[in-house]
Design a protein around this ligand. Structure first.
Ligand code: A1EG2
Ligand code: FE2
Length: 316
C-alpha cells in the first residue's frame, strides 16, 4: 500500500483576513508545492484527520473520534458546501479494523464537517470530490478530552487498516499548531452559548455571519497586539514539528492536556490530527519529512505549518 502524508494548519481567515501580500504569497507557494506533491503521488484514497468547531459535532453527542461513512460540508466561512466523495466501503473497513484493535471510534452515516476538513481537501485537490476520502473526526476542543496519546493509537490503528488495502493513500492531518482562536468553552459559557454548543448545528445565515464576523474581529485585534487571546508560540511549534519529523511521538503526546493549552493555546490540541496522521504513516514503516514550512501568522490566528512526508524505503 503506497502511502504519503500532508499535514497542514487550517484557518478560516485565509482569504478573509490576510497577512501582508508577501506572506500570503509565501503560503500560496507552499500550498502549490503541497498540491504538486499530492498530484505526483496520485492517491486513489485520502484519509483526513481533522477537528470540528461546533459545526458538525456538538454536546448533544460528542465522540472522541468518528469515522464518516458519508459526510457533508456545512460551508462555513464561505467555503464550498455539499457532499464529500466518501469511500463508504473503505470507511467501514477502517472503522472495523480500528475497533478490532481496541480504539472505540464512532461511525456516522451523516457526518457534517467544517473548514477543518474542507480547507485541506480543497487546497490539495481543488474540490471536495476530486479524490475519494475517508474523513476521521478527532475532538480537539470539546472538554473533557482524553489523553493525546489516544490520537496516536487511533492513527496507528488506521495505518494498520490501510496496510491491508490495495490503495494509494494520502494521509492528511488538519489543524494547529499553537493557536487560541475565540472558540467558546462550555465550562464558562452563558446559557445562550451553552445552548448553541449543544443544539446549534444549523445556525441561520445571520447567526453564522455574526459568529464569523466575531472571528475576523478577534483576528484583527490579535494582529494589532490586542485582545485576550493567548500568544502564538513558535518555540512550541518548533518542538512539535521537530518531534513528529523524528518520529518522537512521546515528546508531544506524552504530555498532559494542560501542557498543550499552556504552551500553545486552547486550540493547540488540534495537533492531535497531526499525531494521528503521522502515526498512520509510521505504521507503514520509517518515514522522512520531505518539506516543512512554518510561520507564525497572527492575521490567521495560527502558528501556521505545512509538512509533507513519505516512507523512507521510497514505497511512495
Ligand atoms: O471558527 C472557529 O470556531 C475557529 C476558527 C479558527 C481560527 C484560526 C485557526 C483555526 O484552526 C480555526 O479553526
Ligand atoms: Fe481549527
Amino acid at each position: 500500500m503506497p502511502v504519503a502524508l500532508c499535514a497542514t494548519s487550517h484557518s478560516p481567515l485565509i482569504g478573509l483576513h490576510d497577512p501582508a501580500p508577501e506572506v500570503r504569497a509565501e503560503v500560496d507557494a507552499e500550498f502549490a508545492a503541497a498540491r504538486a506533491f499530492a498530484e505526483d503521488f496520485a492517491p486513489d484514497l485520502a484519509v483526513i484527520f481533522a477537528p470540528d468547531h461546533y459545526n458538525g459535532f456538538l454536546y448533544d453527542m460528542m465522540p472522541s473520534f468518528c469515522v464518516g461513512a458519508a459526510a457533508t460540508s456545512v460551508g462555513d466561512y464561505g467555503l464550498p458546501s455539499g457532499a464529500l466523495d466518501v469511500d463508504r466501503d473503505a470507511a467501514y473497513a477502517v472503522a472495523e479494523r480500528v475497533l478490532a484493535s481496541g480504539v472505540d471510534v464512532a461511525v456516522s452515516e451523516d457526518m457534517r464537517v467544517d473548514h477543518g476538513f474542507v480547507q485541506p481537501l480543497t487546497f490539495l485537490f481543488g474540490s471536495l470530490t476530486a479524490v475519494p476520502v475517508v474523513p476521521v473526526f478527532i475532538n480537539c476542543v470539546a472538554e473533557p478530552l482524553g489523553p493525546a496519546v489516544r490520537a496516536r493509537h487511533l492513527g496507528t490503528a488506521v495505518g494498520e487498516a490501510l496496510k491491508e488495502m490495495d490503495r494509494r493513500v494520502l494521509l492528511i492531518g488538519s489543524g494547529g499548531l499553537s493557536h487560541d482562536p475565540p472558540v467558546p468553552r462550555l465550562k464558562e459559557a452563558t446559557p445562550e452559548v451553552a445552548e448553541r454548543l449543544t443544539h446549534g448545528r444549523d445556525p441561520s445565515p445571520e447567526q453564522r455571519a455574526q459568529r464569523e464576523g466575531r472571528t475576523v474581529k478577534a483576528a484583527s485585534e490579535f494582529a494589532h497586539g490586542g485582545g485576550a487571546l493567548r500568544p502564538l508560540n513558535p518555540d512550541w511549534d518548533a518542538l512539535v514539528l521537530r518531534s513528529l519529523a523524528a518520529g518522537d511521538f512521546a515528546a508531544v503526546d506524552g504530555r498532559s492536556n494542560e501542557w498543550f493549552v499552556a504552551e500553545g493555546g486552547h486550540s493547540a490540541p488540534e495537533v492531535r490530527t497531526w499525531i494521528a496522521a503521522y502515526a498512520a504513516l509510521a505504521a507503514a514503516g520509517p518515514y522522512t519529512v520531505r518539506s516543512s514550512y512554518y510561520r507564525a501568522i497572527p492575521e490567521w490566528l495560527a502558528g501556521f505549518a505545512t509538512t509533507t512526508a513519505v516512507p523512507l524505503d521510497g514505497a511512495a
